[in-house]
Design a protein around this ligand. Sequence first.
Ligand code: F3S
Length: 382
Amino acid sequence: MNLTDEQQSILNGASGPVPAKLMRTLVEYGDAFGAGRLVPVASGHLAGTFGAFAYKTYYRVLDEIAAAGLKVKVPTTCNPRPGRDLNFVNRRAFSHQPALEANFSALGITPNFSCVCYDGANVPAKGDVLAWAESSAVQFANSVLGARTNRNSILIDLAAALTGFTPEFGYLLDEERRGRLLIKLKIKEMDAPALGYLLGRRVVNRVPVLEHYPFSRVELKNMGGAMAASGAVALFHVEGLTPEAPDLKTAFDGAPPEIMEITQADLDALRTKDLHAGLVAFGCPQLTLEEALALAPAFTGKRVKTPTAFFMVPDAHRRFLALPEGRAVQDAGVAVHDICPLAALTIQLRRKRVLTTSGKLYYYLKGSEYGAQADCLRAAGV
Ligand code: F3S
């Protein structure tokens, strides 16, 4: 790999042993993927925010970095909290949370605690090179905002944020961002999370280009989150909607090499027929204020018959609860959280049957079922 004089001197130890290790980590990571150089990044986003007692090596590395007095070189946000205070089991499971957050603070990481960092805390511009982790945020940054990031892992995300560099390969390069297959939609009633889930399963790690559909920003967020979970998709395009697909010829740099069709029956088959649940969960990726406000009228003046929870972006959570709509949702018996539902619900003494509108949560949470929004509202009893 070709390094600049500055990068080479950090690698040689001129800034101390810890920056040298971070630089070596990035160089070896880049070499493994055939990167030719390290390039500067505009921002970072970190995924390692669950202080589970088992991640001892991660904590040792963080302690070493914090003891060296290093700070992030670029604005860096981080993923949600795991819901340590939700119950006794979580308090034990996430016992390292306070120490983890103290180290994040020492490193200068923005305490936004949300996977939807692009909702305000960390908004990249088109063409920005990033070093983000969190597959749903990576997907949104690449696909909807036209920024460029690979799906980085925990610790690689940190090494990039602390040095300000990332190896140039994969989705940072034009040729890797081209469409690989065209998705034709034979759909009457859009269910974006279900579509994302199916695309992830079928496309796996290629770049799909969806024929034009007027998806909202919220639909793109929830479709992308599901796609990045059930598959390894880090970038999709929508003809005439997303920034790198003004038309199909541009998105593919020619003609589509392959065509795939998704039908209404495919989407409908994902929805559970059994609406009995121990918990109805909304939000994963976390709900924005816009999403919570759109859901609020369904609960206003009513009372849920099944335990129901919103999992929101913390800043949106604070603003929502200060509004009459937020209070009405709480009065209806909905628990409104600002944590990650997957982490919060994974360890349960008696596992509840969770019904969710999230294709991502459905994919990852054992024992969960998927329902379209109408199904989940019916299951909640409103
Ligand atoms: Fe976000 Fe947690 Fe879902 S990090 S995407 S709410 S699994």
